[in-house]
Design a protein around this ligand. Sequence first.
Ligand code: COA
Length: 160
Amino acid sequence: MADVAILVNRVYAGAEQGLWRAGAERTSADEICRLTLAGEIAVARLEGRLVACVRVQHLDDMTGEFGMLAADPDHRGIGIGRELVHFAEQGCKNYGLAVMQLEVLFPREWSHPSKEFLATWYSRIGYRKVRTGAIDESYPHLAPLLATPCDFVVYNKGLR
Ligand SMILES: CC(C)(COP(=O)(O)OP(=O)(O)OC[C@H]1O[C@@H](n2cnc3c(N)ncnc32)[C@H](O)[C@@H]1OP(=O)(O)O)[C@@H](O)C(=O)NCCC(=O)NCCS
């Protein structure tokens, strides 16, 4: 569990640089342990080495959501991220869910290169922006940890 938490925190520290105050971490070994026991964590390995992970959950009878998608920077651009998204989609589709959803955090007043990459990448793999929410309204406990005003954008894709 600790290696998954370390990967997620390392990847997000780069991908969300400037968004969070010093000391804020995306996850912890305890949280990964709880999510793994709930069956929500999938990982990708290359020759036994952990290189990527994703969290998949069922939000309701219709909707799945994935998050905590993180690929090791040394193994990017070779399709691991796309395969993990595909794995998440297939699992939810096989379970009978109709829609896959995800949320991306964007700084409100400036452009973050990782987030711009994600917006293009998710659109290329079939996701459409459905709404924007203010983080202080939906996740008030996270708002004090932000270093800059942020919004989250919800994307979804039909699975049928
Ligand atoms: C999003 C993320 C998981 C994608 O992982 P990945 O394994 O690199 O993804 P893929 O290889 O499947 O796709 C990357 C695409 O960018 C292209 N690419 C080209 N050069 C690249 C490079 N140096 N690095 C990354 N991608 C590159 C790939 O060719 C690929 O294009 P395609 O979709 O047309 O095939 C990864 O960038 C990441 O961990 N980002 C930081 C965390 C994050 O933002 N997570 C999402 C939060 S919502």
